[in-house]
Ligand binder design. Structure first.
Ligand SMILES: Cc1cc2nc3c(=O)[nH]c(=O)nc-3n(C[C@H](O)[C@H](O)[C@H](O)COP(=O)(O)OP(=O)(O)OC[C@H]3O[C@@H](n4cnc5c(N)ncnc54)[C@H](O)[C@@H]3O)c2cc1C
Length: 432
């Protein structure tokens, strides 16, 4: 069998088949499994890349039934039961799990990508980190006050968990990490703006927690502008349509996109090839057991699946694009393949939702916890400590847990961010 993608869903599916008598090929276009919830820490120089990523080959070193391949899947041929790689190779399968995840969506404005990078891969995180740190460097050299102000204006578009985390941490860098290191600018005077099209930050959270998150952001010095739609982005800034009145221009040389998610293009290709339906975000609609209609040998899981949860006694509910859902789908898809091999009926997917958490910055977070008994909402320092340990617990690899714990402890006491070394030279110079 073949598993496409070794993110949360693919890794969990392969691990769930550890003791099964199946030959598994895991193919991923990167050589690492990435813990995306902490990617913003790499983008903001708090952690280095190896702390949140693990080589796929190393993860499966003891799982003898897994062969790891580095390669990009170009398309899937359900009639021939083969997966075609971009480099021309093909992989035959009798069972296929597609877990290729999602990417950014610029809502039809892909030309904005070069001015406002999104955060999905390590390469994205390196690019954002470079832009953030170089913006302060450019400001230090800039004589013109208006141009300097544009370098010192950081805009994050989209106030979901990633946008909130990015904005809060940028404020920390400006207020706590960099002061004292520059001679011509005061980094603490940098403006950090968080723009959100809907009326509140962290839409998936209860209203009280959204309000608390906004307050905590403002305390850190972030200007939050809700109900504000971005209508244009270019090299020198962006145009914003507020809820009332005329659109205004915001000069900024460092813009981060955290607003939209679209499924991997493999979703639409697979839907077209199998007659399945892809939704507006390109996610493939799956059967209750996560297989494709008319193709029980193909399962789609994680962010690529428009799946529903079939908990007993509840109406079927759409499954959110979060890592616990991808992991649980990986386990269900693997178990259903084994059931099929034994000639048993498959089971519907049942998503166990434990709630949501988001950090905002130093000592600030919001937690919405769903226990079997009751829902618990809290925010502030306790929420931050809870968030911290939850993320360390779920990180892959013992060494990574230790490294992150030490890095965070030292950053907490010193306010320093140690992953500030970037490749590339000063903008405007030639590399020779
Ligand atoms: C910045 C960020 C922060 C997040 N924070 C949180 C959080 O705090 N909590 C939470 O629960 N969720 C969070 N999420 C969402 C969570 O990461 C996803 O829901 C989860 O990763 C989905 O798992 P997946 O297996 O479907 O996809 P992924 O984990 O994205 O894995 C997909 C894999 O497929 C590979 N791939 C893609 N296309 C191809 C191809 N054509 N050929 C070969 N390989 C391919 C990719 O390289 C990748 O390894 C965050 C996401 C991001 C981007």
């Amino acid at each position: 069998m073949v598993i496409i993608g070794c993110g949360f869903g693919g890794l969990e599916a392969a691990r769930a088949l550890e003791r099964a008598d199946v030959d598994i090929t895991v193919v991923d276009r990167t050589n690492h499994h990435l813990f995306q919830p902490l990617l913003y820490q790499v983008a903001t120089a708090g952690l280095s890349a190896p702390a949140i990523a693990a080589p796929v080959r190393h993860l499966f070193r003891r799982q003898a039934n897994v062969t790891t391949l580095l390669g990009e899947v170009a398309d899937i041929d359900p009639a021939a039961r083969t997966v075609r790689l971009a480099d021309g190779g093909t992989l035959p399968y009798d069972h296929l799990i597609v877990a290729a995840g999602a990417t950014h969506s610029y809502f039809g404005r892909d030309d904005w990508a070069r001015f406002a990078p999104g955060l999905k891969t390590l390469a994205d995180a390196f690019e954002i980190r470079r832009r953030v740190l170089f913006a302060f460097e450019a400001a230090e050299k800039e004589e013109d006050p208006a141009a300097r102000a544009a370098w010192l204006t950081f805009v994050v578009i989209g106030a979901g968990p990633t946008g909130v985390e990015m904005a809060g941490t940028l404020a920390e860098i400006a207020r706590h990490t960099l002061p004292g290191e520059f001679r011509h600018i005061d980094p603490a005077g940098a403006r950090i703006l968080l723009l959100e099209g809907s009326p509140r930050v962290l839409q998936a959270m209860p209203e009280a927690l959204s309000a608390s998150a906004q307050k905590q952001l403002e305390r850190l010095g972030v200007e939050v502008r809700t109900a504000s739609r971005v209508t244009a982005i270019d090299e020198a800034g962006l145009e914003v349509q507020p809820p009332e009145g005329a659109a205004y221009r915001l000069p900024s040389r460092c813009v981060v996109w955290a607003a939209g998610v679209a499924a991997s293009p493999l979703g639409r290709q697979l839907a077209a090839a199998t007659g399945a339906t892809a939704d507006r975000a390109g996610r493939v609609q799956v059967e209750p057991d996560l297989s494709l209609p008319g193709h029980p040998e193909i399962s789609v899981i994680g962010d690529l699946a428009a799946a529903r949860s079939y908990l007993a006694g509840h109406e079927p509910r759409p499954v959110p694009g979060v890592s616990p859902a991808a992991k649980q789908m990986g386990r269900t898809a693997a178990a259903n393949i084994l059931r099929r091999l034994r000639g048993e009926a498959t089971q519907p997917f049942r998503y166990r939702d434990y709630g949501n958490l988001a950090t905002i910055g130093r000592n600030s977070a919001v937690v919405d916890l769903w226990t079997p008994w009751r829902r618990i909402e809290f925010s502030g320092w306790f929420a931050w400590v809870f968030w911290l340990f939850a993320h360390i617990y779920f990180l892959i690899g013992f060494r990574n847990r230790i490294v992150v714990l030490i890095d965070w402890a030292s950053a907490y006491w010193s306010s320093q961010r140690y992953a500030r070394v970037v490749t590339g030279i000063a903008p405007g110079t030639t590399d020779n």
